[in-house]
Design a protein around this ligand. Structure first.
Ligand code: AMP
Length: 172
């Protein structure tokens, strides 16, 4: 079975736009993943107590022929390959961050994986790219349109659209 999945992508170390694009190309190399759509790139303020540069964020919409855990392992292997190093702190700067935001209508809470992503409905930088791809998304856990949660967010979470991602640059 193939599930419709939204993956959140972020970077704030090095060439962040290029890092986001490269991570998409890496994902598209795997036969289990089928591309459905991609958002624009956005410049976003870091949501962290650690001072750091702005992020570039985007999201892709794909189908995944495998389990949620196999997708998490796959995304972590790309993060590692792209040189992500953990300093053990939550919300620290990162070359690349790949999160499973939504996995069909699945609601899952396991030790290593929470779906929908626990922060999705609290973070403008995660919601805006998903809603650009599909404004009608319903949050399967909270059973409300995702768009409803945008209005509840602290305005300091600035999210500015940079540009569209062309199919050419991701090799499609
Ligand atoms: P982060 O620092 O945000 O990249 O957190 C990575 C960790 O979050 C991983 O070790 C995952 O086990 C855990 N995690 C829990 N839920 C998710 C999710 N929906 N997507 C990605 N990572 C998740």
């Amino acid at each position: 079975m193939k599930d419709r999945v939204f993956i959140g992508i972020g970077s704030n170390v090095g060439d962040s736009e290029e890092n986001c694009i490269r991570s998409i190309k890496e994902m598209l190399k795997d036969g289990r993943l089928r591309f459905q759509g991609v958002s624009s790139l956005y410049r976003t303020a870091p949501v962290s107590t650690i001072p750091q540069d702005d992020f570039v964020n985007c999201a892709i919409f794909v189908s995944w022929a495998g389990s949620p855990l196999s997708l998490l392992e796959f995304l972590m292997s790309i993060e590692n390959r792209m040189g992500r190093v953990s300093d053990g702190r939550k919300d620290s700067p990162r070359v690349i961050d790949l999160d499973i935001l939504l996995f069909g209508n699945l609601v899952l809470q396991e030790h290593s994986l929470t779906i929908p992503h626990a922060e999705l409905h609290k973070r403008r930088f995660a919601m805006v790219p998903c809603l650009e791809i599909d404004p009608q998304i319903i949050h399967p856990g909270l059973r409300r349109p995702l768009a409803k949660f945008l209005g509840k967010i602290d305005d300091q979470q600035s999210v500015e659209r940079i540009r569209k991602i062309s199919m050419d640059e991701i090799g499609l």
